[in-house]
Design a protein around this ligand. Sequence first.
Ligand SMILES: NC(=O)c1ccc[n+]([C@@H]2O[C@H](COP(=O)([O-])OP(=O)(O)OC[C@H]3O[C@@H](n4cnc5c(N)ncnc54)[C@H](OP(=O)(O)O)[C@@H]3O)[C@@H](O)[C@H]2O)c1
Length: 254
Amino acid sequence: MLCIVGIGHMGKAVLAGLARNGSQELTAVVRDESRHAQLAAEFRTVRFVTSPVPCDGAVIAVRPKDVEVAVRQAVDAGAHRILSLATGKTLSGLREIAGVPVARAMPNLGANLGMSATSVCAQDSSTLDWAAEVMSSVGTVVRIDESQIHAATGLAGSGPAYVLLFAASMIEAGVAQGLSIDVARELTIATVQGAGALLAQGDPEETVNAIAVPGGTTQEGVRVLKERDLPDVVSETVAAAARRSKEIMQEMNS
Ligand SMILES: NC(=O)c1ccc[n+]([C@@H]2O[C@H](COP(=O)([O-])OP(=O)(O)OC[C@H]3O[C@@H](n4cnc5c(N)ncnc54)[C@H](OP(=O)(O)O)[C@@H]3O)[C@@H](O)[C@H]2O)c1
């Protein structure tokens, strides 16, 4: 049985994926009992409790500042292993608190739809296998060394926000060019979905070069993005988020 501790934005997204997957018994720890009835109606197969219960493993989906207490509570209740989704708390820090095998995962909000890009790391291979299996029910999983977690956080943990912001700008730009908001939104959704599928098929720059024929409209649009140095902006964006991940780690472990 798997215990999910903390049903906020990320805990709920992961719970949704795990519940849809349906491969294991799930208990979710929500301290505020007044939320239970609504959550139970949403997740009919999940048991909701106010504090951890004995379980094979606990997924800790609380804010970094709350990790220590949540891990202690889960282990005291009998969790055999811990998978932390929190930014910052290191494997060695988690192990010191937990005293049982620990793993970390960095998912993103795509987990809600079973489409997370999740990085996982652990101190031993069987815990890594377990963490990868748990997180595979909410999307794509890559196994990384813990030293890469800031890069993975900057790229994918925070990544949906970058793409959504780009899409929001496309919608606004469509409206500025005279489309209704509904039409601009529908066109943008389909465009982003199509671009995601194209990305999975091959090298993105090659695809852009194939579409952006000389004298055409795409080439003219791409010219502006390149002149404004989109790669540089994206690079700075990912670097800033990765740097913040490192800072949170330093704050958490100092
Ligand atoms: N959001 C993202 O896109 C994202 C992406 C990757 C990783 N993460 C990581 O996921 C973690 C959770 O983020 P979030 O955005 O989901 O935060 P959030 O929305 O604030 O949710 C955290 C939840 O944890 C609960 N909680 C705190 N201590 C608890 C305890 N001891 N037992 C049970 N529940 C407890 C809180 O409940 P109360 O209301 O009772 O305080 C709250 O519902 C963070 O560490 C973050 O670094 C988030």
